[in-house]
Design a protein around this ligand. Structure first.
Ligand SMILES: NC(=O)c1ccc[n+]([C@@H]2O[C@H](COP(=O)([O-])OP(=O)(O)OC[C@H]3O[C@@H](n4cnc5c(N)ncnc54)[C@H](OP(=O)(O)O)[C@@H]3O)[C@@H](O)[C@H]2O)c1
Length: 271
């Protein structure tokens, strides 16, 4: 199925009421612009983000590719089934498009994936996946599934954290597992405009008639089967982020960004 490469995150959309209303407005603006891949989790705001997401998608559920995640503490067989029911209630829907294990749990992966298969068989979720998994962990999750495929792995991916390009992205591409990158703007690691990398991004943005953030989102979705889910609590931010898709960075500009934000040496396990 087709899912837009730029989606919308929902971490920290909960809080004071004016901010929540703005975040719901931002999500709706994103849906209008085709950012229909919406990522949430039972963890975010202890369920509040799911409730707000439910408000944002009310009346247009069929336009949305809706993703949520089960906390590792709920990853037993019964725990997954019950957590999914709670998420569906908060989201005001009868099914999720994708349900992820948020990160590795103390429960055997086979038990968690058996519950995911039951949810798929019952039509409560369409696809299952994992999050924050390295290659061996992905392989274990794949092996644990008996009659369904692992559809996605969601991991951190931004300009200063590109290590997944070494092993994880090639593996997922080979296996036709969607790689969904989170925190595309790096939070505190966002390139400062006066830094060498920031200047390269500004130059690329100017040459392409785009903003720096649009360039970043475009770069992070340049590889096949790679998605990104920026969070914006402000409709103007959402509109800017939507402009990161629908065009291609020229090879020279990709090479310039590649040089400015080099791959790390591969010291981490999942890289
Ligand atoms: N699976 C996991 O373990 C995991 C972990 C972390 C995140 N995630 C998912 O990934 C999503 C995105 O990651 P993230 O929330 O950590 O970070 P992010 O999307 O990289 O950055 C969010 C921050 O960037 C700002 N922002 C967004 N668009 C902007 C724009 N056009 N101009 C200026 N500022 C802009 C937002 O501000 P405003 O809110 O003011 O717009 C917010 O402060 C999360 O919301 C969540 O759904 C998953």
């Amino acid at each position: 199925m087709e899912v837009p490469v730029i989606g919308q995150g929902t971490w920290e959309i909960d809080g004071a009421r004016p901010g929540e209303l703005r975040a719901v407005e931002a999500l709706r603006a994103g849906l209008d612009l085709g950012l229909t891949h919406v990522d949430t989790a039972e963890m975010y705001g202890s369920g509040r983000a799911e409730e707000l997401t439910g408000q944002a998608i009310a009346g247009r559920r069929d336009q949305v590719f809706l993703v949520s995640k089960v906390l590792p503490g709920n990853a037993s067989y019964d725990g997954v089934l019950q957590a999914c029911d709670r998420s569906l209630r908060r989201l005001g829907t009868s099914y999720l498009d994708l349900y992820l294990l948020h990160w590795e749990s103390r429960f055997p992966i086979g038990e968690t994936m058996r519950a995911m298969e039951k949810l798929m068989d019952d039509g409560r979720i369409r696809f299952t996946g994992v999050s924050n998994f390295d290659v061996p962990q992905v392989q274990a999750a794949q092996a644990a599934l008996r009659h369904h495929r692992l559809a996605a792995n969601q991991v951190r991916y931004h300009l200063k954290e590109r290590g997944i390009e070494r092993k994880l992205i090639p593996y997922c591409q080979l296996q036709e597992i969607a790689l969904v990158g989170f925190t595309p703007f790096g939070r505190r690691a966002f390139p400062r405009p006066e830094s060498a990398g920031g200047r390269v991004l500004a130059g690329v943005a100017e040459r392409n008639g785009r903003t720096v953030r649009q360039v970043i989102l475009n770069f992070l979705t340049r590889l096949p089967q790679t998605f990104t889910i920026p969070k914006a609590g402000d409709p103007e931010h959402t509109r800017e982020n939507a402009g990161g898709a629908g065009w291609n960075l020229p090879p020279d500009d990709i090479a310039a960004i590649d040089r400015a934000f080099r791959l790390p040496l591969g010291i981490f396990r999942w890289r």
